[in-house]
Design a protein. Structure first.
Length: 131
């Protein structure tokens, strides 16, 4: 599932999560800066969250606080990949595709991994090098 950060720092909640959340629900977030993953869950009085994302608006959007976006260098147009894991939702933001291989700058991408694109040739070279 993916969404794109808009110019106000908002992203749309994917349809698959709308079964668990509702418009008006307060959402809290905990950040793991080392691996760049933000875990989201319904906010409650007992939970301790690094950030409050506010409430889901009528268009099913949540806002990423400016401090969070600056900390993680996330910006307008960046794509968010959202993965649901058990009771919580974890998502990671991957920078907007540059449509070029990270290594050779070819525009023929075969895979995107951890926010970096790789062409077929470089992917094969990496696979051979790592055994």
């Amino acid at each position: 599932m993916q969404s794109i950060i808009d110019d106000l720092g908002r992203f749309r909640v994917p349809h698959t999560l709308r079964r668990d959340w509702s418009v008006g629900d307060a959402i809290g977030a905990t950040l793991d800066e080392k691996i760049g993953i933000l875990s989201l869950e319904l906010a409650n009085e007992e939970a301790t969250h690094t950030y409050s994302l506010g409430v889901i608006d009528s268009y099913w959007r949540l806002s990423l606080p400016l401090t969070l976006r600056k900390t993680m260098n996330w910006g307008t147009g960046d794509t968010i990949f959202i993965n649901k894991t058990s009771d919580t939702v974890a998502f990671t933001v991957i920078k907007k595709y540059r449509e070029e291989c990270t290594i050779c700058k070819s525009s023929d991408l075969a895979i995107i991994m951890n926010g970096r694109g790789f062409c077929r040739s470089c992917s094969i070279s990496i696979a051979k090098a790592t055994g």
